[in-house]
Design a protein around this ligand. Structure first.
Ligand code: ZN
Ligand code: ZN
Length: 88
């Protein structure tokens, strides 16, 4: 029997904007862009969890930069591991 001491909290999901214009040039309908109507962040600005409120432009910008940095760090880590343990 598994005893879970700390049940994981449900993640707050983003509420993605659903566009209904069906225009072939629409970035949402055709481009598959994601945009959250709650935190008002899109694509690279989206956090893993929705903060549940509207973010300011500055906050979105900071998030975007933080996410870019994280991807960069992840990539560097991946390359390091690949070099150390990878088959080449
Ligand atoms: Zn959100
Ligand atoms: Zn659309």
């Amino acid at each position: 029997m598994n005893i879970i001491l700390f049940p994981p909290q449900p993640k707050l999901e983003h509420t993605y904007f659903v566009c209904k214009c069906n225009s072939p040039t629409c970035g949402f309908c055709e481009g598959g862009l994601s945009y959250c109507t709650v935190c008002c962040a899109g694509e690279g600005e989206l956090l893993e969890e929705c903060p549940g409120r509207k973010l300011t432009e500055e906050e979105n910008k900071a998030n975007y930069e933080a996410m870019q940095q994280r991807w960069k760090d992840d990539l560097e880590q991946y390359q390091k591991e690949k070099y150390l343990y990878g088959t080449h």
